[in-house]
Every structure is written in structure tokens, then in C-alpha cells.
Design a protein around this ligand. Structure first.
Ligand SMILES: [Zn+2]
Length: 511
């Protein structure tokens, strides 16, 4: 379950599309522009006042004539094809809410429209000086033939075409057919204007808005999808999974599918204090299919392999308690570098995973997999104590961090990590890269402050205070130089608070 720390720059589909010679629709911008005179506005949302049916024969563009005919007859189905789109809150807004700098969906402005490969006509109203485009991701991209999927020279990432839009008539060339999304983000989403977009040549795939639609709507959508992928909008997430697997695992349960993901999100937002401190961002995390690797998190958020077994994890009845799904979403939620200094990438996200599992009444993974015993042997009782970030097994490394939660809970303080992360959101980090280890000592201090306990012995026992020069591989490479001064400063800070020592041995706490 990997995290791609270096985001693959999504190469455009430029030049890879195979031109379909022959029956290709072609549109004249000039002819369409001329015909706009018969409509009430640039987006051709209605016919001009006083329009007469006999004017149909004077049209220059067959496409616009067909549209006018349908509008005249009252048969035009504009529900998905013609809409106004408000911007999605930018990552700057996300930063303000949760101090996370990426990881939410880039495709949140779902249209429900499917565009065929080749020329398409998109009419755009006033943009008010905003930058607006279209995104057509290749959700179903298959690995490059001749390579193992995990060794795909194209990488595992999502490929997409981005098309910039301008006001008026846009004759665009779609490299590869697919669901289209409006690329419109703003730092001021509450006051930024909506933009009207009309996909005149679009086909309706639709999308499921789980908060407003029913399971009957859901089944209808799956049965009438024109593309291979159905979009789902839940309260906190966006899903892009193959219609085939949605039918197989959730044909009758679109709402339940959405609710399972939202339940995970709400628990994770509870754990990090977003609920307590009113910080849930007005943005969604994306879960999508991929065909390269089991499960991972990258710049296009969390991806699950499009095979029977993994799709069952991502869509089946046990999503809420699925370790992998929670783990990948945890990768989006883990604060970096304040709770994710070098060595913590596969650790701090599992605090979220452990939390949801415990809330769901699942047995502790650390207990079940004997990670406590192993960590006790390899760290607490080791002849030569390792530096905690040098413990190679991420589950063993997780033990002391989870023990602090268990200790807090026993003290009736289940909000410990919520408050800790709120503190981090309100204070600057203590360094990045090779200096990121300073965040660990800050973590130790703030933990003592919040728990009002002198945990010096606890951190000592767990190897937080081992000094030396350490090389840590954690997707990136880190060289940590932990000096006696750093450790002394931390211990002095804690001692200065005169907190009592814990009443029990926290290092041996298990669940
Ligand atoms: Zn992972």
C-alpha cells in the first residue's frame, strides 16, 4: 500500500490518441457563432425571443439547427448537458482548514457528461475573468502492453487531457472519450461566480448524488451508463469506479455505498479534530479505480485495483472496516511534516486506520498480529535500543503512538489526537526534510502538555532519545542528526512543567 511521494506529472494524452479517419464529425466555429443569434445567449440555453420555426432552415450549423429544433419542440434534455458550475474550494482553502496541502479531488466538479473522441462543441457563458477548463481523465487506462502492470513505463498515475475554455464557442478536440469534469477551483469559493457550460455534443452518463437521489435513480444510472465509469458524489467523497463492478457489488445499494465511505470520513475527521473544531473542508477526497497496483495514494488521491478481489474491498459490504481503504484515506489525512516527519509515512496514517477499526469494534490489528510483543522485544527489551525511526516494521513503530491514544482514553481523554493535531494546525512546523525530525521532539513535548503527564521515561524506553546520525528511507531519503542537545532540550522542557509521571507503565499498554 504505497504512497507515491513524487507525484507523476500527468502527461497529457497529446499525440497518443489514434485518429479515427472517416466518419468524424467536424464543426465550424464560425457557423456556430453565427447561429447563436437565434438563441437567447452564448450558451444557447434557450431560443431567442420571438423565434419562429421557419427560421430553422436559415441555420448555418446542422448541430445548432438540431438543438434549436429540440428546444422549439420542448424535447431537449438539458439536465446534465447545460449547467452552471460553482468553483470547488482550492487547496489554499484546504490548507486553511486542515493544514493539508493536497490530496483532495481534482475532478470534483462532476458534469455527468461523456464526450466522444474527436471534435466536440462546448458553449461557455461569462467567465468573469476566471480560469476554467475541462478535464477528461482516463479512469480505465490499462497498463502498457509488454510490461508488468507494476512496472508500467507510464507509471501508475492517472492520465488526463486538460482543455482550456474561453467564453463563447469552443470547438474542442477530445483525444480519448470519457467522463468530463469542470476544472474550476477558487480561493474564494463562496463569492466566486458560477459559470455556465453547455456540452452540445455531449452524451449523458449521469452521476449519482447520494445525498439527494434514491437507489432507484442509482439503478437507472447504472443501467443507462454510456461510459465504463460512473461518478458518485457523497457528502465527503467522490468515487469513480467501473459500472461493471458497481453493478456486481452494489447494484441495489448506491446510497449504502456512499454512506460507508462517509462513515470512514466522519470517523477520520473526528480523530483529527476536524469535527470538534469545525474544520471539515468544503472539498471531497477521490477514490478511483486503477489497473497498475493493488492500492495506493498519489496526487490523484486513493486508487484501488480494478480486479474482482480489490473491487470487493472498495465496493463490498465491509468498506467501513476495510483496513486498506482506511489506510489509504489515512494517507490523505496524515499531517506532514508535523505528524509525518521522515520515517512516519506508513505510521501516522495508521493511527487513523486503528481508530476507525476500534470504533467499528474490530479487534486491534496490533494485538492480533502480535506487533506489541515484537515491538517490546525489538525496542523496549532490546540489548541495544534502536532509534525509534530506525525500527523497520511500520506496525512496531506505530505501537508507542497508539499507546498514547490508549493511555489518553483511559484517562477519559479520547480527543487527545484531535487536540494534538489542532495544536499543530495552530503552530508552525519545526522543520522539513532532514530537519523534519525536530517535529518528533515537538510531538513529545505537546503530548506531555496535553496529557499533563511527564512521559520522559516512556519516550526514553521507546528509543525517541537515542542520539546519533541516522539514515532513514521513507519514500524520500532522510539523514537525521539527533544531538544530545536536542534530547536534553526536550527533557528539560518536559521536566520544567512538573507534570506527574504516569500512574501505570504506558510502555506496556496493549489492546
Ligand atoms: Zn500506505
Amino acid at each position: 500500500m504505497k504512497t507515491l511521494r513524487i507525484w507523476t506529472v500527468a502527461a497529457l494524452w497529446c499525440c497518443t490518441g489514434i485518429a479515427a479517419y472517416g466518419q468524424v464529425a467536424s464543426y465550424s466555429t464560425q457557423a456556430i457563432t453565427k447561429d447563436l443569434a437565434y438563441f437567447s445567449d452564448w450558451t444557447a440555453s434557450a431560443l431567442a425571443e420571438g423565434f419562429k420555426s421557419k427560421q430553422l432552415k436559415t441555420f448555418s450549423s446542422p448541430l445548432m439547427r438540431r438543438l434549436a429544433e429540440q428546444l422549439d419542440e420542448g424535447t431537449y434534455q438539458s439536465r446534465y448537458l447545460l449547467n452552471s458550475y460553482k468553483p470547488v474550494a482550492s487547496d489554499k482553502v484546504l490548507e486553511k482548514h486542515l493544514k493539508l496541502d493536497n490530496g483532495y479531488s481534482r475532478y470534483e466538479n462532476i458534469t455527468g457528461v461523456y464526450l466522444e473522441q474527436g471534435e466536440n462543441v462546448v458553449l461557455v457563458g461569462d467567465l468573469h475573468g476566471r480560469e476554467v477548463g475541462l478535464l477528461i481523465p482516463d479512469w480505465m487506462r490499462q497498463p502498457t502492453p509488454g510490461y508488468k502492470p507494476t512496472q508500467d513505463p507510464e507509471g501508475w498515475g492517472l492520465k488526463k487531457q486538460r482543455i482550456a475554455l474561453h467564453e463563447g464557442v469552443n470547438v474542442i478536440y477530445v483525444e480519448k472519450a470519457g467522463n468530463v469534469y469542470v476544472d474550476y477551483f477558487a480561493d474564494d469559493p463562496e463569492i466566486a461566480p458560477a459559470v455556465t457550460i453547455h456540452f452540445v455534443t455531449g452524451r449523458v452518463n449521469g452521476y449519482f448524488d447520494a445525498e439527494t437521489q434514491t437507489n432507484e435513480d442509482w439503478k437507472h444510472l447504472l443501467d443507462h451508463a454510456v461510459g465504463p465509469v460512473m461518478d458518485v458524489k457523497t457528502r465527503y467523497m467522490q468515487l469513480a469506479y467501473p459500472v461493471e463492478y458497481l453493478k456486481k457489488f452494489r447494484y441495489n445499494e448506491g446510497k449504502e455505498l456512499a454512506e460507508a465511505y462517509d462513515k470512514i470520513m466522519l470517523q477520520q475527521y473526528t480523530f483529527n479534530g476536524a469535527v470538534k473544531y469545525g474544520r471539515i473542508p468544503p472539498k471531497r477526497i477521490l477514490a478511483r479505480v486503477n489497473f497498475n497496483y493493488f492500492m495506493f495514494r498519489d496526487g490523484d488521491v486513493v486508487a484501488f485495483l480494478g480486479n474482482e478481489g480489490t473491487m470487493k474491498s472498495a465496493l463490498g459490504p465491509d468498506i467501513y472496516t476495510d483496513w486498506g481503504v482506511n489506510h489509504e484515506i489515512g494517507h490523505v489525512m496524515q499531517m506532514r511534516p508535523q505528524l509525518t516527519w521522515g520515517g512516519m509515512t506508513e505510521v501516522s496514517n495508521n493511527l487513523f486506520t486503528m481508530y476507525v477499526a476500534s470504533q467499528a469494534g474490530k479487534p486491534s490489528r496490533l494485538g492480533k498480529s502480535k506487533n506489541y510483543e515484537k515491538a517490546f522485544a525489538n525496542v523496549l527489551d532490546a540489548a541495544q535500543k534502536p532509534f525509534i525511526m530506525c525500527v523497520s516494521d511500520p506496525f512496531e513503530k506505530l505501537v508507542p503512538f497508539w499507546q498514547l491514544y490508549l493511555y489518553a482514553k483511559r484517562k477519559g481523554y479520547a480527543d487527545f489526537y484531535a487536540d494534538l493535531m489542532e495544536h499543530m494546525r495552530n503552530h508552525p512546523d519545526k522543520g522539513r526534510g532532514n530537519a523534519s525530525i525536530n517535529n518528533m521532539y515537538e510531538f513529545a513535548k505537546v503530548s506531555c502538555d496535553l496529557l499533563k503527564t511527564d512521559l520522559t521515561d516512556f519516550f526514553e524506553a521507546w528509543g525517541f532519545f537515542v542520539t546519533g546520525k541516522f539514515e532513514i528511507g521513507d519514500y524520500s531519503h532522510y539523514t537525521f542528526n539527533v544531538t544530545p542537545e536536542m534530547v536534553e532540550e526536550t527533557k528539560r522542557y518536559i521536566a520544567g512543567k512538573n507534570y506527574p509521571k504516569p500512574a501505570e507503565d504506558v510502555t506496556r499498554l496493549t489492546d
